[in-house]
Design a protein around this ligand. Structure first.
Ligand SMILES: Nc1nc2c(ncn2[C@@H]2O[C@H](COP(=O)(O)OP(=O)(O)O)[C@@H](O)[C@H]2O)c(=O)[nH]1
Ligand SMILES: [Mg+2]
Length: 323
């Protein structure tokens, strides 16, 4: 762990709070790449977060998440909201979709100070993008954006968990590649607050809507939120107003029942757990012998059972003992 001089990030933090775009871009690079800086920046910005509304768009590669994010950005701007978009999508070039930044540039948002776009590479030193994304969201929140849109590929458990920390999680499906059966297998339907059937101009879209409609009947109580199913044609901006309306209705529902506080707690819980997991993984992986000490021998010698040894190991990680 490299030492960070006190004050080394003060100007960066001040720049973010001022809405300076270069400072913002650099702060997001710190989130991706600079472990010591990440801690400093997150600590300094934390008190300034909690204002932005976070909407996640998740789904299989190629369903149209970036196209929708771009269309939603335009719709949100039209009603006066400032928008930051963070896309964690290494697959776009593979599926033939343009990178998000290119799409939004195409739509003419590139010189709009009310829009900020960041594509994040799927690396991240601290346990991958699933760990880094909430910090990126926090930086954008602190910078004062009204809405933070998060695009993630909903294929792995960790990506799905990240999406579920948004106020509103929009699961995007399309006929064919990202269909409902696959989504159900990946476990992303469970986290959906709003379901989008994008590419509604293509064959199979109506059938997919029917399948999805049936999927929730068995599990919902009358009092719970029923995820609306919104058909969209993102490439033609069709259904995008309805999608935003569904997101607004969901936020209202959360607020009415205190659910937005729960979401924030869930996001905090996720962040704490990811940070702690990094520490544990490092303690175990970086220097296994040091952290384990004599525990393996004592278990092998039947002096300790493995559960008791694991308890001791966690204690050692929290407060390293000589042995
Ligand atoms: N026919 C049709 N194509 C779409 C629609 N929305 C997006 N696409 C196309 O689907 C491809 C993937 O879109 P993209 O937004 O990059 O998907 P992502 O991987 O989920 O971000 C691109 O070629 C888009 O132009 C739609 O509503 N209808
Ligand atoms: Mg994309």
């Amino acid at each position: 762990v490299s030492a960070v001089e006190p004050g080394a990030f003060d100007a960066l933090v001040a720049g973010v709070l001022d809405g300076d775009r270069r400072a913002l871009a650099r702060a997001l690079t710190v989130v991706e790449d600079d472990e010591a800086g990440l801690r400093t920046v997150v600590a300094a910005l934390h008190a300034h977060t909690g204002r932005a509304r976070v909407i996640a768009l998740t789904g299989a590669p190629g369903v149209g998440k970036s196209t929708l994010a771009s269309a939603l950005t335009a719709t949100l701007r039209a009603r006066g909201d400032t928008v930051a978009v963070v896309a964690v999508d290494p697959s776009s070039p593979v599926t033939g979709g343009a990178l998000l930044g290119d799409r939004i540039r195409m739509q003419g948002h590139h010189d709009d100070p009310g829009v900020f776009i960041r594509s994040m590479a799927a690396r991240g030193r601290l346990g991958g993008m699933a760990a880094a994304t909430p910090h990126a969201v926090a930086v954008l929140d602190a910078a004062g954006f009204d809405v933070v849109l998060v695009e993630t590929v909903g294929v792995g458990q960790s990506e799905v968990e990240v999406a579920a920390t948004a106020e509103t999680t929009v699961v995007v499906l399309a006929p064919g590649a990202g269909d409902g059966v696959q989504a159900a297998k990946a476990g992303i339907l469970e986290v959906a607050d709003v379901l989008v059937v994008n590419q509604a101009d293509r064959d199979g879209a109506a059938a997919l809507e029917v399948v999805l409609g049936g999927a929730f009947d068995s599990v919902l109580t009358p009092a719970s939120w029923r995820p609306p199913i919104v058909p969209t044609v993102a490439v033609r901006d069709e259904g995008v107003d309805a999608l935003l309306g569904a997101c607004d209705a969901h936020l209202e529902h959360l607020r009415a029942g205190g659910g937005h506080v729960e979401r924030r707690k869930r996001r905090a819980e996720h962040a704490i757990r990811e940070i702690a997991m990094v520490g544990i993984r490092r303690a175990l992986g970086g220097d296994p012998v040091g952290a384990m000490g004599s525990l393996p021998r004592r278990v092998a010698d039947r002096e300790l059972d493995p559960f008791a040894a694991a308890d001791l190991l966690l204690t050692n990680i929290a407060a390293p003992a000589a042995d």
